[in-house]
Design a protein around this ligand. Structure first.
Ligand SMILES: [Zn+2]
Length: 292
């Protein structure tokens, strides 16, 4: 019997899933799944595991040769990172399909308004591990508690807010699973693949890692504050450029901002600047990891 992981949500700001009014249900699902995947990658890296960049040159692929030698899927997956195992990569389809429904179970979901109830149904197409379900639930928790969902969160204020969602009922986690268990599981996947260890060593520091994030759920930043913040980084990583998103996202609707640095030094500078701007109660990704 296939399992469905049900997440009940409510929009606090519209969710951008492409062209909100005209996009198909499937396009919405693809877009939201991509966002959940992105936060799962962030979390896996934050826990010391390896998550590839699924849009990059060094993305994972299923090893058909190794698989055909033994007939064991695990052999084909040896060098496939935990997020690709869950969400799919070349030669390996996703273990989950996202099905969106409205509060009453209908299939037409309008995410372009605040205050809309909707359900993310993650339908199992292949059996998932409890560690994977823990990662998925915690990624959704991060989105609702500290982050945002979907595209267009990258616009500078005073653009309207997008992608804010609240949990409408508590998340269900696999029983008995702890952060330490998941860390140990990620370490075992890495231990089993010398190739993945090598890819982790040469992973670009630009890849978002929860340990280098900063979050604030009591304040938002106006345009001049965002500009002042990104100026601490002369390399331009924080400010982004044409085709590359900036790394600070602010939401007036719920008084929230979040972002990420490339390294510890940059994070320190961001935190010091926030202090100078009189912005208190910013949490680091490491503090948030301790909450998981
Ligand atoms: Zn991967």
């Amino acid at each position: 019997m296939s399992r469905t992981i049900v997440v009940n949500l409510r929009t606090l700001a519209p969710i951008w899933t492409g062209d909100v009014d005209r996009t198909s249900e499937q396009a919405k699902e693809t877009s939201l799944m991509g966002s959940v995947r992105w936060w799962t990658e962030v979390l896996v890296r934050g826990l010391g595991g390896y998550a590839c960049d699924p849009t990059g040159d060094d993305r994972c692929s299923f090893d058909e040769v190794a698989y055909h030698r033994t007939g064991e899927a695990e052999d084909g997956l040896r060098d496939v990172c935990p997020t690709c195992r869950l969400f799919g990569c070349t030669g390996w389809s996703s273990k989950l399909r996202l099905l969106l429904t409205d509060g009453e179970g209908g299939y037409e979901v309008n995410l372009s308004q605040p205050g809309v109830s909707f359900v993310m149904n993650f339908v199992e197409l292949k059996p998932t591990e409890p560690e994977e379900r823990w990662l998925l639930a915690k990624a959704v928790w991060l989105i609702t508690r500290y982050g945002s969902l979907g595209g267009k969160t990258t616009l500078k204020p005073p653009q309207p807010d997008y992608g804010l969602v609240a949990l409408a009922s508590p998340l269900r986690l696999p029983t008995g699973m702890t952060r330490k268990d998941v860390q140990a599981w990620l370490a075992r996947i890495l231990d089993a693949s010398p190739r993945m260890q090598e890819r982790l060593r040469r992973a670009p520091p630009e890849w978002p890692d929860l340990r280098l994030f900063f979050f604030n759920t009591a304040r938002w930043l106006d345009r001049s504050q965002v500009n002042e913040l990104v100026r601490v980084d002369p390399s331009g990583f924080l400010s982004g450029r044409r085709g590359v998103s900036k790394k600070v996202f602010s939401f007036q609707t719920v008084s929230r901002f979040w972002g990420y640095a490339r390294d510890e030094g940059m994070l320190e500078k961001v935190l010091a600047t926030l202090q100078r701007l009189g912005v208190a109660d910013t949490r680091t990704g490491k503090e948030v990891l301790d909450e998981l």
